[in-house]
Design a protein. Structure first.
Length: 256
């Protein structure tokens, strides 16, 4: 009888309740360590695989050969009730030039690294900071999709959503994150969004993409629907895109 009890203790068949509780706790912690600890690494690796598919969907090597592009479009500005002609020149996530010509006015935005300007004419551009600059940083990041995902792939993460959408998030500036919603079948980016702080309030900006077309073996959306905090602010319809422009095509008249 003594021998049987010794065997029970030796092989763990007979254990005091407190010791059994401790053993179970250790097992639970080990399980958590093995299962949950790699979650961040898995999310990063999973994001990398998704980015690979996005790059391939947008053209692969020809896409990555694009250093800049010039877009000419028509903007239907709902808030103004006007239609404007748009020129957008994007050179990576930190350089952007936008000119919008309305029937009687003009709007110019320029982002060059850490500096940003806005104005109503090439000769009257004002250096801006705070929310106006942040809005341009976000606009430049959106214009740099999908290249920005490749550039920041080590920082990209997959976000879990309630509706099961495939969403990638990348940090683009201090306290700012750009999110891209991806069609899981085509791996096209169908939506992007981000938010900026304006005092105590947060304003979100969203763009929905459609009418995808090929330009010199690179995929571009030719229609954008823009929203600010849920309000539909405008529709941009692209007329022409020029890849890797040079000379005057890289400039807006009179801008820095």
């Amino acid at each position: 009888m003594m021998h049987a009890r010794t065997q029970q203790r030796q092989y763990g068949f007979h254990t005091e309740p407190s010791r059994l509780f401790c053993v179970l706790c250790r097992m639970a912690l080990l399980t958590y360590a093995f299962v949950c600890a790699p979650t961040a690494l898995y999310a990063q690796a999973n994001a990398g695989a998704i980015i690979d598919k996005i790059i391939a969907a947008y053209g692969g090597a020809p896409l990555l050969a694009v250093r800049s592009y010039r877009m000419e479009a028509v903007l239907q500005a709902r808030a103004r009730g006007e239609t404007g002609e748009v020129i957008r020149i994007a050179e990576g996530r930190r350089r952007l030039k936008v000119l919008i010509r309305y029937p009687t006015t003009m709007e110019i935005r320029v982002l060059d690294g850490e500096r940003a300007w806005r104005g109503a004419s090439p000769r009257h551009l004002t250096l801006v900071q705070g929310p106006p600059r942040s809005a341009m940083v976000l606009q430049a990041a959106r214009a740099d999709l999908p290249w920005i995902l490749e550039e920041l792939r080590s920082k990209a993460r997959v976000i879990e959503t309630k509706d099961g959408s495939l969403v990638l998030a990348v940090p683009i500036d201090e306290g700012m994150v750009l999110r891209a919603t991806v069609d899981p079948k085509t791996h096209r980016i169908v939506r992007s969004d981000g938010a900026i702080r304006m005092g105590s309030a947060e304003v979100s900006f969203e763009t929905q993409y459609s009418d995808f077309r090929i330009v010199d073996r690179v995929l571009f959306p030719f229609q954008e629907e823009n929203y600010a905090s849920g309000v539909h602010t405008g529709t941009t319809k692209v007329k022409r895109i020029l890849l890797n422009p040079s000379g005057s095509a890289l400039d807006l008249p009179g801008t820095p």
